[in-house]
Design a protein. Structure first.
Length: 881
């Protein structure tokens, strides 16, 4: 913490234009040795940044108009001094006799809200990748391990197959080769192993699914921080800023072991403005001018403030004891009054000091400038315009007015203090020391300029200042030190003394940033911890059409106010005398109008007694003073401005959900595609900004992960599932994480078309898990892998179904064969019985004839013997068949 104890460094110096560098953006010299970067240098740097910030804050107020458009609060005459183009509009309104308190009919807000809604529904997706040498070596090592493992497994499987073919058991301890079923299972296992990853599949795996633990940590960190820091809300607000102003900023506040992203408003953010300014993190400086209450300052910076400074900060009104209460404001005698208020001598800074303070109080209370200043126009003429009187310490009255413009929905407190928070690139003096070791080996080290000169003289080391780093590496000289400057990001906070009891400004944390965010070069490329983009504004393109639309619509409103409409003309002498007694003419006409509404008739009295000088009754004359044609013309003009504004950014009725009933479906699709093609440039630019912001987010989060031994991420996802990651990486702080967009508008369209194709062709079938994977996939690689896995699964299911079908067919054929055999056996059995019966019948018949012929026993035995022999032969014949 620093407090200014020397010469004054207040804003009045810069506002009044004193000094040789007033009106420029130059900083004090930054290429200085550390010994010269003293308090005075720090104060001067912060004063210069504060001056730049307030100057750009005034310039940025032109963007406030666009925020008011979106909020529907615009009154052009209120900010005609901020936007010169509106002065011509004000003159136009005066010529047309239209009040200057015109209403706002929003067009910009409609377009901006529609684009923000579309982006939030289809926001880009990003993957985390490693771009450091350590990860490259890890990739090659893991790939080599997988290939070596594959070759070894293939050799083992081929050897086992050959042993099995030769009838040799390759694994006698764990496998009973004599068991046929177990042998078949083992062979199937070997065949399944043979289908595992081959070298082409290893290549595909390494190129699609392989990830380092650090990149997985990065994706988990982004997902956890999205809920922790409400990054979706920040994206939405920053997209609004970008569309309205062409600028948006995200600051990463870095502590010892924490970080926190926060959105900075384009209104009070300042940055180095040069020809190549696009991303402010690559610039020379960036910061913001903000306004805090005393209590807010203590909450944010209280650990840097002393007791006395806090008392001065929270002093408030020190005269409350004499202004309030029943005893403190009373006096017991005239002597006390004289002693209290008279006879004292006060030294004041200048003449009319108390009158000037009185005017300052009025100015601060009502926010009205009470001073004047003369400026020269481009044509050389002088013009006097109102301006704010400078306060005693600085011109914070104007600064408070600027703060009020930033937040118009509230009447801000009058005790706000201006705080400037800034980062800038300074240059650190270092030396490339080349020396011979005791072993006679030449080595190089990088040292700071704190190295003792006596030490260099003692060692006989020669100091050089006319060599570059390239020359040092190419032509190193022993026992030399080459001095150089490398960029180094500094930070600082200044609390302005204006509107406070401080006598001098307070400077806090003016020092190098502990964590230096590196870019492509680890030496000369450093990043400011504020990610931002500076581009063209969409609202500026729409502003002329918005102004014209408002002019036409307010003319319509004014004509409608002045329009009389239809009315009647008649001779009041024909009114019956009874009506004339109801009151004056206005009351009589009111009663008459009510009577006509109630009874539907209008009586007249044309008698000579009622009508003076007589005369015939004239019919009612109907008049219609309407601006219908003019109003219709103004509506056409307003609609013309409206549609021209939409054409500027590619919007059409179809985009806003109002397609023409005469358009075909194909026409609507083509019109939509053409419309999105015109607005895509804004989404692409914002996605580029977001990509760089997320890269910085990971760099800051990586720095906040102090422990290199155990890196742990544990959080609850948006779907209430838990995510946990813990790993060990000794090179974690050396890894460089990058962001790759995996889903922008073009890829998202390709992705949606491929998803539709997969659904229409029923590629994934009706499996719920496959469909869930389809709808949640964010990349084409994931979809292809899902389709490939589903194809393999369906092929396997088809093979299983085919095998089952073949098995069923085999069983059916076997059953049919068995049935045929059984049927044949039944037929043969029946035939056999028939033959046997026939033989028995013949035998009985033969025995009967023999009996009739008185045959002896020998004859009967012969008959039976032949019959048995015949049966036996018949049976043998049946068995053979």
């Amino acid at each position: 913490m620093f407090s200014n104890t020397g010469e004054s460094h207040n804003l009045g110096y810069w506002y009044n234009g004193f000094g040789s560098h007033s009106g420029t953006s130059e900083l004090p010299p930054q290429a200085l040795p550390s010994s010269k970067k003293n308090d005075k240098w720090k104060y001067a740097t912060m004063d210069a940044l504060e001056r730049i910030g307030v100057t750009q804050l005034r310039e940025n107020l032109k963007f406030k108009d666009f925020y008011r458009m979106v909020e529907g609060k615009l009154a052009f005459s209120e900010i005609s001094e901020v936007i010169p183009q509106l002065r011509e509009l004000e003159e136009t309104l005066d010529d047309l006799d239209i009040p200057t308190f015109i209403k706002h009919y929003d067009l910009v807000g409609i377009i901006v809200n529609a684009m923000v809604g579309e982006y939030m529904q289809n926001s880009d997706k990003f993957n985390v990748t490693n771009v450091d040498e350590i990860s490259t070596n890890e990739y090659e090592r893991d790939k080599s391990d997988l290939v070596f493992k594959y070759i070894k497994e293939q050799f083992d499987k081929e050897l086992n197959f050959r042993l099995i073919r030769q009838g040799i058991n390759p694994n006698p301890e764990s496998l009973n080769i004599e068991d046929p079923e177990q042998l078949q299972a083992y062979i199937q296992q070997l065949q399944q192993k043979k289908q595992e990853m081959t070298p082409p599949e290893i290549e595909q795996f390494m190129n699609t699914k392989w990830r380092t633990k650090a990149s997985i940590w990065g994706e988990h960190t982004l997902e956890a921080d999205r809920e922790r820091f409400y990054l979706d809300e920040m994206d939405r607000d920053e997209l609004v800023d970008f569309l309205l102003t062409g600028r948006c900023f995200r600051h990463y506040r870095i502590g010892y072991d924490y970080y926190r992203p926060e959105t900075w408003s384009p209104l009070n953010t300042f940055f180095s403005q040069d020809l190549d300014t696009k991303y402010v993190q690559d610039g020379e400086y960036v910061g913001r001018v903000h306004y805090y209450t005393p209590s807010q300052i203590i909450n944010k910076y209280g650990h840097f403030l002393s007791k006395k400074q806090k008392e001065d900060l929270l002093g408030g009104n020190t005269y409350y004891e004499s202004n309030y209460g029943s005893n403190t404001g009373s006096f017991n005698s005239a002597k006390q009054v004289l002693n209290k208020h008279f006879g004292e001598t006060h030294i004041v800074p200048h003449k009319n000091y108390y009158d000037y303070n009185f005017l300052l109080d009025i100015q601060d209370e009502f926010g009205v400038p009470l001073g004047e200043k003369t400026i020269k126009a481009k044509d050389g003429t002088e013009k006097t315009i109102p301006t704010f009187l400078p306060s005693r310490h600085s011109n914070l009255s104007e600064a408070n007015y600027l703060a009020q413009l930033m937040r118009e929905d509230l009447v801000l407190r009058s005790d706000l203090l201006q705080v400037t928070e800034a980062y800038w690139v300074s240059y650190k003096k270092i030396g490339y020391l080349t020396y011979m070791t005791n072993e006679g080996r030449m080595t190089q080290d990088i040292v700071t300029d704190d190295i003792l000169i006596d030490f260099l003289k003692e060692k006989g080391i020669k100091q050089l200042s006319n060599k570059s780093l390239y020359e040092v590496e190419e032509e190193a000289e022993p026992n030399t030190i080459v001095w150089d400057y490398i960029p180094e990001v500094w930070k600082g906070i200044k609390i302005n003394e204006g509107n406070s009891n401080f006598r001098e400004a307070i400077y806090l944390e003016v020092e190098p940033l502990e964590f230096q965010i590196k870019g492509d070069s680890n030496v000369y490329d450093v990043k400011l911890p504020v990610s931002g983009i500076v581009d063209s504004s969409l609202a500026i393109k729409l502003q002329p059409f918005q102004v014209g639309h408002n002019v036409a619509m307010n003319q319509v409103y004014n004509m409608m106010e002045k329009e009389i409409g239809m009315f009647f003309i008649f001779d009041i002498n024909f009114l019956p005398s009874e009506f004339k007694e109801w009151g004056d003419s206005e009351e009589t006409l009111v009663h008459l109008t009510n009577l006509v509404k109630d009874v539907g008739m209008f009586p007249v009295d044309s008698s000579k007694q009622n009508v003076r000088d007589g005369g015939g009754f004239n019919q009612f004359g109907v008049q219609n003073l309407s601006y219908a044609s003019q109003i219709a013309e103004r509506f056409q003009v307003a609609d013309n401005f409206k549609y021209r504004a939409f054409e500027q950014v590619g919007f059409n009725p179809q985009r806003l959900g109002a397609p023409s009933k005469y358009e075909t479906r194909e026409g609507v699709v083509q019109s939509q595609n053409a419309s999105y093609a015109q607005t895509e440039i804004y989404f692409d630019k914002f996605s580029s900004y977001k990509k760089r912001a997320l890269e910085m987010h990971l760099n800051v989060a990586q720095y906040a992960q102090k422990s290199d031994k155990d890196i742990t991420v544990f959080y609850t996802k948006s779907d209430s599932s838990q995510a946990f990651l813990k790993f060990t990486d000794p090179y974690f702080q050396l890894r460089k994480l990058g962001i790759l967009p995996v889903s922008n508008s073009k890829r998202r369209k390709e992705l949606e078309n491929f998803k539709s194709y997969l659904l229409n062709t029923n590629t994934l079938g009706s499996d719920e898990m496959s469909l869930a994977k389809l709808f949640t996939s964010d990349t084409m690689v994931e979809l292809i892998e899902s389709a490939r896995a589903e194809r393999v699964r369906r092929q396997q299911e088809g093979q299983v179904a085919h095998d089952r079908q073949m098995e069923l067919l085999d069983k059916q054929a076997e059953l049919e064969d068995q049935k045929a055999v059984a049927e044949w056996q039944r037929e043969e059995y029946s035939k056999q019985k028939d033959r046997e019966n026939k033989i028995e019948v013949e035998r009985i018949d033969a025995l009967g004839r023999a009996a009739d012929n008185n045959a002896n026993q020998q004859s009967l035995d012969f008959i039976n013997k032949n019959a048995d022999l015949a049966l036996k032969k018949e049976k043998q014949s049946a068995d053979i068949k």
